[in-house]
Ligand binder design. Structure first.
Ligand code: ASN
Ligand code: ZN
Length: 321
């Protein structure tokens, strides 16, 4: 479970397309983007061709296919958190239509954002179930789109782990917002309900207790560190982007837990503003990100509990500010 679907070529192509758009001075989308999502679901029918057959539109009644309905709902929950909590209109803040393909490939053990759309495998039924099941996984993948349109964090090393962590943070907040859970009520897990029935584990990752999400002969043990003391140096997984994300994940959890109440409010706003504020470089390291969250907390809330919570959290995970 450590795929890398987004190719450098693909990202370069997207950048080129954006640059051409800018150079030509094409008109920015005019008018106010809609406060409703525009969702379309496709079915790959167990092959790896995208997007597959269109099977569901925004205004359609529910499908007979539970994967289609879960994908539709998850895209909606993601659109809703970004709009209601942060005033963002879809992934690009300009009302980008949200497309998703379900039943991608045969027993495909992953979900991903390919730079343009969401893709969900059915899982093999043993290690993983259908990837449309956890709403936080849907939010995680779509947040890769938000990051692509904003800080565009390079998917390698610490900037890659920050990219992964931001997807976990907002994936979890999407679930918390949808369930109306405060920080102390949330499970702080990513992918609860995704592991097969025989697997010894509860989720893919834990933000509250990184490294404890699963321990199973088939999957191994959750490799995530919670602090810099246990930072993993590896060339696998783009330099451990899904591993070291445990450190900034835990920092966010500590901030939200210290502040209490709804995590998408103060803690989430600090993280969202840091991601989208234009000061986060695409090659940002953990300490660049931590310092920006501190500056953002001060800008948004002054010298108070929020600033203290953010500073203390980074210190607890061993990242300087
Ligand atoms: N599910 C993986 C992720 O979002 C797929 C990938 O893009 N590496 O991190
Ligand atoms: Zn990811």
């Amino acid at each position: 479970y450590e795929p890398a679907r987004r190719t450098l070529e693909h990202d370069a192509l997207l950048r080129t397309q954006r640059r051409i758009t800018t150079v030509r001075g094409m008109a920015a989308p005019t008018g106010t983007p809609s406060d409703k999502p525009a969702r379309t679901i496709y079915d790959a029918r167990h092959v790896e061709t995208l997007p597959g057959a269109k099977v569901h539109s925004e205004s359609d009644t529910p499908s007979k296919d539970a994967s289609v309905n879960r994908a539709h709902a998850g895209l909606g929950a993601t659109f809703e958190l970004y709009l209601k909590a942060y005033g963002r209109h879809s992934i690009d803040d300009s009302g980008l239509p949200l497309n998703a393909t379900v039943h991608y490939g045969a027993k495909y053990d992953n979900a991903f954002w390919n730079g343009e759309q969401m893709v969900f495998g059915d899982g093999d039924g043993e290690l993983f179930l259908d990837f449309t099941i956890p709403v936080d996984v849907i939010g995680h993948e779509l947040t890769h789109g938000v990051t692509q349109y904003t800080a565009n964090l390079e998917y390698f090393g610490q900037s890659g782990a920050l990219n992964e962590s931001l997807s976990d943070v907002f994936g979890s907040l999407i679930k918390q917002y949808a369930l109306g859970q405060s920080a102390d009520q949330a499970d702080w897990l990513i992918g609860a309900g995704l592991l097969g029935p025989e697997i010894h584990g509860e989720a893919l990752r834990s933000m509250k207790a990184p490294g404890t999400a699963y321990d199973d002969p088939r999957l191994g043990k959750d490799p995530q560190p919670a602090t810099m003391e246990d930072y993993v140096r590896t060339s696998r997984d783009n330099g451990g982007v899904h591993i070291n994300s445990g450190i900034p994940n835990h920092a966010f959890y500590l901030v939200a837990n210290a502040l209490g109440g709804n995590a998408w409010e103060r803690a989430g706003k600090i993280w969202y503003s840091t991601l989208t504020g234009g000061e986060l470089a695409s090659d940002a390291q953990f300490a660049d990100f931590s310092r920006l969250t501190v500056a953002t907390a001060r800008t948004l809330y002054g010298d108070g509990d929020e600033l203290q919570a953010v500073t203390k959290a980074w210190s607890q995970v061993g990242v300087p500010t």
